[in-house]
Design a protein around this ligand. Structure first.
Ligand code: ACO
Ligand code: ZN
Length: 285
């Protein structure tokens, strides 16, 4: 469900002009009133500044020097890069990013109080220009094992595996921190679909790796960076969690055919993968 249509909402931004696309919005976002009165919002795809008219955007383009997100490029491989952007150092960019994300998120999210968060922005590189694909945010200090607070793939880039890429990246950071992590709840419908598909795949990869050798939930946690409850969700989806009727205890038993099918089906999609060796990053302490 994508909430009420733009029409039913009355005066609201119906679509955004972004990277020469016109993208329909899904929800409302608290842009300053003078901007949310227009049906179209013009956004610079590099600095994420929002503008009222195509004329202002044209003029901005001649002045805006950025061709990539601010912050540090911590990953670059093939045609993709990830930038780490500190909400404290690049406040305006991060606020603009949260407003943009809100157009596609129903839940309450933060927009202005971005300082406690780091933002990981994924780009597709074309002749040195970094096109904004999506991002996830992460609390600098999380008391709840959260390794991802909010995730978005811009609709023009959805269903190409980038959500999976961003999720995989968030777990890679957790493993580098020697931690397990889980996304902040509640998840949206699309968030849940994407995570369930991710957890299932990762559990399959581990089960295939250790094939024939007993493995525990804890071991799967440390290999993947996933929490025990998310590992269990993954195991359940491939019918690998068995409860003994006599002892009531659980055991992991993998069905190799199902595991291979799951992995092969995924690989056949040929989505771009995170290459852990290309991550140049140390945890912020
Ligand atoms: N319908 C059915 N299955 C889907 C859908 C969909 N619309 N979207 C994702 N999936 C499932 C599929 O299994 C998909 O694999 P497939 O396309 O090969 O079948 C798998 O998830 C992974 O899809 P990706 O292409 O990797 O994900 P995408 O780049 O489309 O991004 C995301 C997923 C980030 C959730 C995107 O839909 C989005 O930005 N939605 C709006 C914002 C949102 O809801 N964010 C999550 C909020 S919860 C949170 O932030 C903690
Ligand atoms: Zn700009």
């Amino acid at each position: 469900t994508r909430g009420v249509s733009s029409l039913a909402r009355g005066a609201a931004i119906k679509y955004i002009h972004f990277n020469n696309y016109e993208i329909d919005t899904w929800y409302t976002a608290p842009y300053p009133e003078e901007y949310s009165q227009n049906p179209v919002l013009y956004i610079c795809e590099y600095c994420l500044k929002y503008m009222k008219s195509s004329f202002i955007l044209q003029r901005h383009r001649t002045k805006c020097a950025s061709r990539h997100p601010p912050g540090t490029e911590i990953y670059h491989h093939g045609h993709n890069a990830v930038f780490e952007v500190d909400g404290r150092k690049h406040t305006t960019y991060c606020q603009n990013l949260c407003l943009l994300a809100k157009l596609f998120l129903n839940s309450k999210t933060l927009y202005y109080d971005v300082e406690p968060f780091v933002f990981y922005v994924l780009t597709e590189i074309d002749e040195g220009n970094h096109h904004f694909v999506g991002y996830f945010s992460k609390e600098k200090l999380s008391g709840n094992d959260y390794n991802l607070s909010c995730i978005l793939t811009l609709p023009i880039y959805q269903r190409k595996g980038y959500g999976h890429f961003l999720i995989d990246f968030s777990y890679l950071l957790s493993r580098r921190e020697f931690k397990v992590g889980t996304p902040e709840k509640p998840l949206s419908d699309l968030g849940l679909l994407s995570y369930r598909s991710y957890w299932k795949l990762k559990v399959c990869e581990v089960l295939r790796l250790v094939e024939g050798v007993p493995v525990s939930v804890e071991e799967i946690c440390s290999l993947t960076g996933m929490t025990a409850s998310d590992v269990v969700v993954g195991l359940e989806q491939v019918g690998a969690l068995l409860r003994s009727p006599t002892s009531g205890r659980y055991a992991i038993k993998s069905n190799l055919t199902l595991i291979n099918t799951t992995i092969n089906r995924w690989q056949a999609k040929n989505y771009v993968q995170v290459c852990p060796l290309k991550l140049l990053w140390k945890p912020i302490v």
